[in-house]
Design a protein around this ligand. Structure first.
Ligand code: NAP
Length: 268
């Protein structure tokens, strides 16, 4: 019997690579990212270790022609069990000082790639009444700091979109599951790509391993949980912050921004 297939974007490192390693025991995989060499190496390892059939599709998901190829591949899969919209990146600095090209790419990757791939996957999943989609958002969807305007906005969009899909699936009595995974600070290449020092971002007790984040996501997917915020510290922060009046929340976000900026400048 053919194994179910999981499609993972951003599988060449960090959280995406960890999803691939965890799922290879039960799923065949389609791995998507720009770095083909990384995907080939991971695919060979997982095929060897778990007997998974691993396909690799190098793509820059901010480019329309690449995104169209990946979306067509997803739409043509008959046994797609899981789509994980994970590819993402952060930038630093105020929006008006940032390169506009990078800001647009972030919106294309976090928003448009999620729209297109989810649409490509969901039709067949709903007809089969099976499968799931994990959208990797962030705690930044709930808690902003300065220097993060596009990142927090696109991650908030991801949570809102996922919640909307959940409502539509429930009203259609569908068994298809959707999840907004909202990690806090997680060890990966994310902050290296941004060229920021992890120590200036947050104290060590707020950092999590990608393995923990992925285990939480997959455990909660089995239960059909919509919002997954790994770690009790982050769950507490989000629960408290979402109950505050806007003015108080903004004051806290402002204080957090000042603390981070002074930590960053003392390390420069
Ligand atoms: N690490 C954290 O603290 C943290 C916290 C909250 C949320 N997240 C979210 O978790 C997700 C995974 O990030 P990570 O922490 O695992 O970071 P990471 O190690 O830097 O991984 C990011 C992945 O996205 C891929 N990617 C980036 N741009 C792409 C593009 N244009 N087209 C296709 N793939 C692209 C990268 O592959 P290539 O470079 O090979 O293309 C890489 O595989 C992101 O959505 C991020 O926003 C991370």
């Amino acid at each position: 019997m053919p194994r179910p297939v999981a499609v993972i974007t951003g599988a060449s490192s960090g959280i995406g690579m960890t999803f691939a390693r965890k799922l290879a025991a039960s799923h065949d995989l389609l791995l998507v990212a720009r770095r083909k060499d990384r995907l080939d190496e991971l695919g060979a390892q997982l095929a060897d270790e778990f007997g998974a059939v691993v396909s690799v599709l190098p793509a820059d998901l901010t480019k329309e022609e690449n995104l169209a190829v990946v979306a067509a591949r997803v739409a043509n899969m008959d046994n797609l069990d899981l789509l994980i919209n994970n590819a993402g990146f952060g930038t630093k600095g105020s929006f008006w000082e940032a390169d506009i090209g990078g800001q647009e790419q972030m919106h294309r990757l976090h928003v448009m790639a999620t729209v297109r791939l989810t649409h490509a996957a969901l039709g067949k999943m709903v007809r089969r009444n099976a499968g799931g989609i994990i959208n990797v958002a962030s705690v930044s969807a709930f808690l902003r700091v300065s220097g993060n305007a596009s990142y927090a906005a696109t991650k908030s969009w991801m949570t809102s979109f996922t919640e909307g899909l959940c409502l539509e699936l429930k009203s259609a009595h569908s068994a298809v599951k959707v999840q907004a995974l909202c990690p806090g600070f997680t060890y990966s290449e994310f902050h290296d790509v941004m060229h920021v020092d992890r120590k200036s971002m947050a104290p060590p007790l707020l950092w999590m391993k990608a393995e923990f984040v992925v285990d939480e996501s997959l455990r909660c997917l089995r239960k059909g949980k919509l919002y997954v915020i790994p770690g009790w510290r982050y769950r507490t922060i989000v629960a408290l912050i979402s109950k505050l009046p806007t003015a108080l929340r903004l004051a806290l976000e402002n204080a957090g921004s000042r603390t981070r900026n002074s930590r960053e400048s003392s390390r420069e």
